[in-house]
Design a protein around this ligand. Structure first.
Ligand SMILES: Nc1ncnc2c1ncn2[C@@H]1O[C@H](COP(=O)(O)OP(=O)(O)OP(=O)(O)O)[C@@H](O)[C@H]1O
Length: 343
């Protein structure tokens, strides 16, 4: 098997918060000890609540924030060795699609101009060839060729996201960081954009880091899934295994809090939710001791308050969980797989 396209090892990212009028300077550890691989032509899905560190990991890969520890190796090259200036080849190889497509397009430029500029920056070709390439791009994201004349305000949310994807594709990337690319879209448009990303992955052999807070959405596109809680991975494994029978109490909580159309599945998730501890997400500035999830965990025992659990093999094949009570959480009586999870 070939080496992964991207290897993240023990990644840490911290933000120094300046001192205010009434408070001292503080350090927020947004990401701590995170390790995962993205295989060539595959998708790694990253899920977690708001503030869990998903975007920060994406930004560290894009070199938009410096890491404070660990390493990120892209195609065998440690990107920490790049120094202050990111090489053009890396900026081309690793692209991003944001939740808000308007943030990556100029509202005063037509779709055609936006795409032509992206091509010109990284792939020298004559004007005729560039025009043909722009048409190929809009076609590959499922838009008719007349959309090259349109401006962003004339497009629907789904169409804008297709343009943002075409813009990322324009430079022939190898990895795309998809940061909540469908969260702002209605459910049917979400499915269309996800199907498009899957088709493009097959056609161009792309790898994705797919970031979202909804485990159901992530599962549709991912080969592997990592679940983040307060900057640490608490569960990771094959997408079907993690989604089908979550091993970590936090993953179960995330699943139970996601609404689904199927009333039977929804009833089961509601029952699961009733058995959970209702508590706010702790401040990332003062994460709880031991297992950071213990303040919200129905399974928490004494050692969970004091000893931080490391990722270890879960009963589910190929899954790792960072929990002292993995076996009990996975036991049928305490935590039968969430019904319909694999539907
Ligand atoms: N530039 C920054 N300066 C200070 N703190 C930051 C900065 N960027 C992120 N953070 C903090 O780091 C933590 C992780 O944020 P991040 O945006 O990565 O989370 P997230 O899981 O992507 O959440 P969301 O889904 O809301 O984007 C949060 O507590 C956030 O407030």
């Amino acid at each position: 098997m070939s080496t992964p396209l991207l290897q993240v090892r023990d990644l840490a990212v911290e933000f120094r918060l300046k001192r205010g009028l009434l408070r001292p300077a503080r350090t927020l550890q947004a990401v701590r000890g995170v390790s995962f691989d993205i295989e060539r032509g595959q998708t790694y899905g990253l899920v977690g609540e708001s503030g869990s560190g998903k975007t920060t990991i994406g930004r560290a890969i894009l070199r938009l924030v410096p890491s404070s520890g660990g390493s990120i190796v892209f195609d065998g090259q440690d990107i920490g060795a790049f120094g202050r200036h990111t090489p053009l080849a890396y900026r081309r190889d690793v692209q991003v699609v944001f939740q808000d497509p308007m943030s990556s397009v100029n509202p005063r430029q037509s779709v055609g101009t936006t795409l032509a500029q992206a091509i010109a920056r990284h792939r020298p070709m004559d004007a005729d060839e560039r025009r043909r390439e722009v048409r190929r791009l809009v076609d590959s994201v499922g838009l008719a060729s007349y959309y090259t004349e349109r401006y962003p305000h004339e497009l629907s949310g789904g169409q804008r996201q297709r343009v943002a994807i075409a813009r990322a594709l324009a430079v022939r990337p190898r990895l795309i960081v998809c940061d909540e690319p469908v969260s702002a879209l209605d459910v049917s448009t979400q499915a269309q954009v996800i199907n498009l990303l899957v088709d493009l992955q097959r056609e161009f052999g792309l790898s994705y880091l797919f970031i979202a807070h909804n485990l159901d959405v992530v599962r549709h596109i991912s080969h592997r899934i990592g679940v983040l809680y307060l900057g640490r991975l608490v569960e990771q494994g094959g997408a079907e295994a993690v989604h089908g029978a979550p091993s970590h109490p936090y993953t179960r909580m995330l699943m139970a809090s996601t609404l689904v159309a199927d009333p039977k599945v929804q009833a089961q998730r509601s029952r699961e939710r009733r058995g959970q501890v209702r508590s706010e997400l702790p401040s990332p500035l003062a994460p709880p001791t031991g297992c950071a999830f213990h303040t919200r965990c129905a399974w928490a025992a004494e050692n969970c308050r004091t000893v931080m659990p490391l990722l270890q093999a879960a009963p589910q094949a190929g899954v790792q969980g960072a929990c002292h009570r993995l076996r009990e959480v996975a036991a049928p009586r305490a935590g039968a797989p969430l019904e319909g999870a694999t539907a």
